[in-house]
Design a protein. Structure first.
Length: 124
């Protein structure tokens, strides 16, 4: 199922690329400009071609987004283990550490506080 959805998304994205490239830029060249230069404006209608390509682009863009969203949920399960939902960092951490194995800080010798070592203020 996942492969089918991915193939559909690829086909839709290629069609989306084609419909965007066929649209005419503001300068007037493109598919609608090419049709006008061939003299077939009365037969096909330049305006209708632009409207069709705009609607096709919008529909294909929505279809690509929808298919990518569906493809995420059709991914085959990679891991069947009990901790499959955990992140990589959580998998390597042991469940609990023994309290005795924790390092302790070395005891520092106590030093008496120095007496007032500031020099006396000079008299005026």
């Amino acid at each position: 199922m996942h492969v089918f959805v991915v193939i559909l998304a690829l086909i839709a994205s290629l069609l989306l690329i084609a419909s965007v490239l066929l649209q005419s830029p503001k300068a007037g060249s493109g598919l609608t400009g090419g049709i006008a230069s061939l003299g077939t404006v009365q037969t096909l209608g330049v305006r209708r071609t632009g409207d069709f390509l705009s609607k096709t682009t919008a529909v294909l863009a929505g279809l690509v987004m929808l298919l990518c969203f569906v493809a995420q949920f059709t991914l085959p399960a990679r891991h069947k283990a009990a901790d499959a939902g955990k992140s990589i960092l959580q998998k390597d951490v042991p469940a609990s550490l023994p309290v005795n194995s924790l390092p302790t800080a070395p005891s520092l010798p106590t030093v008496p506080a120095p007496a007032n070592t500031l020099p006396a203020a000079p008299a005026k």
